[in-house]
Design a protein around this ligand. Structure first.
Ligand code: WTA
Length: 639
C-alpha cells in the first residue's frame, strides 16, 4: 500500500464521472455545449478509425471563445499579468487583449494571410506570442509555434514542412539577462523559401538589426490596423494549430489539432483539474512553445476568463527565489510546473521558499515527466504547506489536454505521491501487454487509449499514413501512447517512462533517431547511438556513443566539441548529450539493429542481461571499456 494524502479541498460531484461512464459520446456533447458555437453540430462523433470527427458540422472560433465571450462580463479583468525577466510588468485586461488580437488579425490580413494559411511563430515569452496565436485563430490561419530555443535548422524544417506563408518573430528575447537574437535565426531559416511572403518583427529588445525586403515591423502594422476584426466562422474540424514534436522516427512530426474538439477537451479539463474560480491567479511556468503552453497558458485559462501570470525568462534568474517572488508579488493561487523545475528548487533548500509569503497558493500541479515521490512530498510540504492538493497530470502533445489527473474541481479522492491517479472522465485508458491484452493489477504494460477523445490530434500534418503507423498500428483500434504504466488496486495509474525511443530530458521530448542522424552527419562519424540515463535534476540526460570513420585522428575532446556544436546548430541546446563515448563498434543484433538496451545498461552500470541475439560480443566489451575509461578520466579530472 502506498502512502495517501488527502486532497484537502475539492468539490464532490460524482455525477460527472457517472455520466461519462454511461455514454462517453453524449457526455462530451454536454461538455461541448459549455462553449459558444455559431452553429450547432449535426453529429457529435464520426469515428472512422483512426480518424475522429468531433462535433461535425458545428461552427466555432477559438479566439471568439477566448475573448469575445468575456467582453460583457469581465472586460476590465486582467487576462495576462506578464512579468519580464527584468522585473518589468505589463497587465492586459480581457478588453486589451481582445483589441490587440483584432488589430493583429487585421495586420495579418493586410499581408494577405487567409483562412487555411499557416503562420510560423518564433517568439519569446511575451504577450505578443499569445496575441499572435489568437489573431491566427481569429481569421482561421493555422498557427505553428516553434519554441524559441530551437536552432535555425530546426525552425527551417518546420517552416518548410508547414509551408508557412508568414513568420512572426522578434529582434530578440531575454534569457538570463542576455539577448537571444531570434531574427538572425529566422533569416537563416527562411533563406531561399519563396513561399514565405513576409516576416513580422516585434521590437522586443530594440537592438538595431538589419531588415530585409520581406520584413515588416510589428508596430508599423499595428499602428495602422483597425481594432475591429470579426471572428471567422469556422468548422469544428478547422485546423487550429500544428505543433512539431519528436517521435521515434527521424524528423519531428507535425501534430495537427482541430478546433471544436480541442477546445471542448481544454475547457473541461482546465475546469476539472484546476477547480478554477473567478478570483484565481493562475501561474503555469511552461513555455508556450510546448503543448503545455498552448493548452494551459493560452487556451485553457482564456476560455475560462481566468487571470494568469506569464513569465518571460529563466526560472532561476536572477536567483533561485524567482518563482516564489512572482507568486508572492502577484498573489498566485495555482502553480503548475514540471518535476525538473521542482527538483532544482528542492536542491536550493527550504529556506528560500520559506522566506516568501506563499499563503495565496491553494492548488499545485505538475506535468511532463514522472515525479519522484520525495519531490512530490517536498512540493506538498514546503510549497503547499500541507494544505494544497497536487495534481500530477499525464498527457501528450497528441492528446491535446490532460488524460490522467486528480480533478479537485469535481472529485475529492486521496492522492498518492508519484501517481497521476485516475483517467479524466470520458476517456478510456488501459494498460496492456504486447498482445494488447489488459495486464493484471500492478503489472507493467503499455498505456493505450481505447476510445477517441475530443482533444485527440486530427492527424500528422500532411501524412495520414505516418499518423496511422505511429499511433494506431501497434494495437488494433487503440491509440498507442509510447509510455509504460501500471494500474494499481484502486485504479490509479503510475507512469513508468517511455517504452519507445523517445527521451524526456528536463521534460522536453527528444527523439533518439533525430539526434543520432544529426551526430552521424558530422563528417568524421560513421555510426551513432544515443540513450538516456537517470539524472537527479533533469529526470534523464542523454548519453551518446559514436563510431568514427576509419583514419580519423582528431583529438576526442575536439571532436566532442564539434559534435556538441553541431547538435546545438541542427536541433538546439536542449538536445546536447551529457557525454559522448567514442567506440570502435556498437552492439547490434544479427539483423543489424543497434541494441540500445545494452548501451543503456552499460551507461547505467546495470547488469547486461540476455545477449543471445547479439551479433558480436566484443562490441559490448568495447563499449564497457570506453565507458570505464571515461569514468576514470572524469574522476581523475575531478580529483
Ligand atoms: C511524459 C507533455 C509521467 C510521457 C504534456 C508522455 C509524463 C510525454 C507526465 C509527452 C506525467 C507527461 N507523468 N510522464 N504527469 N506528463 N509525461 O508531448 O512520457 O511533451 O508520453 O507533452 O511526457 O510529452 P509532451
Amino acid at each position: 500500500m502506498s502512502e495517501t494524502f488527502s486532497i484537502g479541498l475539492g468539490n464532490d460531484n460524482p455525477e460527472v464521472r457517472k455520466r461519462s461512464e454511461e455514454d462517453y459520446v453524449s457526455f462530451w456533447e454536454d461538455q461541448a455545449k459549455k462553449l459558444t458555437w455559431f452553429e450547432p453540430w449535426q453529429k457529435t462523433l464520426d469515428w472512422n478509425p483512426p480518424f475522429a470527427k468531433w462535433f461535425e458540422g458545428g461552427k466555432i472560433n477559438a479566439s471568439y471563445n477566448a475573448l469575445d465571450i468575456h467582453q460583457n462580463t469581465k472586460p476590465e479583468k486582467p487576462a495576462i499579468i506578464w512579468e519580464a525577466e527584468s522585473g518589468e510588468t505589463r497587465v492586459l485586461t480581457y478588453k486589451d487583449l481582445w483589441i490587440e488580437v483584432q488589430k493583429t488579425a487585421n495586420a495579418l490580413k493586410s499581408l494577405g494571410v487567409e483562412k487555411g494559411d499557416r503562420v510560423t511563430i518564433y517568439l519569446p515569452m511575451v504577450p505578443e506570442l499569445p496575441i499572435s496565436m489568437l489573431a491566427c485563430a481569429r481569421i482561421g490561419a493555422t498557427h505553428t509555434v516553434v519554441f524559441s530555443g530551437f536552432s535555425s535548422s530546426s525552425l527551417r524544417g518546420r517552416i518548410e514542412d508547414s509551408k508557412s506563408k508568414l513568420v512572426i518573430t522578434s529582434d530578440g528575447g531575454y534569457r538570463r539577462g542576455k539577448i537571444v537574437k531570434l531574427k538572425e535565426v529566422v533569416d537563416e531559416a527562411i533563406e531561399g523559401f519563396d513561399f514565405v511572403k513576409n516576416v513580422i518583427v516585434l521590437e522586443r529588445t530594440k537592438e538595431p538589426i538589419p531588415l530585409n525586403p520581406k520584413d515588416k515591423l510589428w508596430k508599423d502594422l499595428i499602428d495602422v490596423a483597425s481594432p475591429e476584426c470579426e471572428a471567422e466562422i469556422l468548422d469544428s474540424l478547422h485546423p487550429l494549430f500544428i505543433l512539431y514534436t519528436s517521435g521515434t522516427t527521424g524528423k519531428p512530426k507535425g501534430v495537427l489539432h482541430g478546433t471544436g474538439g480541442y477546445l471542448t477537451h481544454l475547457h473541461s479539463t482546465y475546469g476539472w483539474a484546476f477547480d478554477i474560480k473567478d478570483s484565481d491567479v493562475f501561474f503555469c511556468t511552461a513555455d508556450i512553445g510546448w503543448v503545455t503552453g498552448h493548452s494551459y497558458v493560452v487556451y485553457g485559462p482564456l476560455l475560462h476568463g481566468a487571470t494568469e501570470i506569464i513569465y518571460e525568462g529563466a526560472p532561476d534568474y536572477p536567483d533561485a527565489s524567482r518563482m516564489w517572488d512572482i507568486i508572492q508579488k502577484h498573489k498566485a493561487t495555482i502553480f503548475y510546473t514540471t518535476p525538473t523545475a521542482l527538483r532544482m528548487f528542492m536542491k536550493f533548500g527550504d529556506d528560500i521558499p520559506n522566506s516568501f509569503d506563499l499563503s495565496t497558493i491553494r492548488l499545485l500541479g505538475t506535468v511532463g515527466e514522472p515525479i519522484n515521490p520525495e519531490v512530490w512530498k517536498w512540493y506538498y510540504r514546503v510549497i503547499g504547506k500541507e494544505k494544497c492538493p497536487i495534481i500530477d497530470t499525464w498527457w501528450q502533445t497528441e492528446t491535446g489536454g490532460m488524460m490522467i489527473s486528480a480533478l479537485p474541481g469535481i472529485e475529492t479522492i486521496p492522492l498518492k505521491p508519484g501517481s497521476g491517479t485516475r483517467h479524466v472522465p470520458g476517456v478510456s485508458i488501459s494498460v496492456v501487454d504486447e498482445e494488447g491484452k489488459e495486464v493484471s493489477v500492478n503489472t507493467k504494460g503499455y498505456l493505450i487509449i481505447k476510445n477517441p477523445w475530443p482533444g485527440m490530434l486530427l492527424t500528422l500534418w500532411g501524412d495520414d499514413e505516418k499518423y496511422k503507423n505511429a499511433y494506431w498500428s501497434k494495437f488494433e483500434n487503440s491509440y498507442y501512447s509510447g509510455d509504460y504504466a501500471r494500474k494499481d488496486e484502486d485504479g490509479y495509474f503510475w507512469l513508468l517512462g517511455r517504452a519507445d525511443d523517445v527521451l524526456k530530458v528536463a521534460g522536453h521530448r527528444i527523439g533518439t533517431a533525430e539526434l543520432e542522424s544529426c551526430i552521424v552527419s558530422h563528417e568524421d562519424v560513421a555510426e551513432s547511438a544515443v540513450c538516456g540515463i537517470p539524472d537527479e535534476v533533469k529526470g534523464e540526460v542523454i548519453i551518446a556513443f559514436a563510431v568514427l570513420k576509419e583514419n580519423v585522428e582528431k583529438d576526442s575532446t575536439l571532436l566532442e566539441k564539434e559534435i556538441f556544436e553541431k547538435i546545438r546548430n541542427d536541433i538546439g541546446p536542449i538536445a546536447t548529450p551529457q557525454q559522448i563515448y567514442f567506440v570502435s563498434k556498437l552492439p547490434k543484433t544479427r539483423s543489424g539493429k543497434i541494441m540500445r538496451r545494452l548501451l543503456k545498461a552499460i551507461a547505467n552500470n546495470d547488469t547486461i542481461g540476455d545477449v543471445s541475439t547479439l551479433e558480436d560480443g566484443a562490441a559490448v566489451t568495447e563499449v564497457q571499456r570506453a565507458f570505464q575509461e571515461l569514468q576514470k578520466s572524469i574522476k581523475e579530472k575531478n580529483n
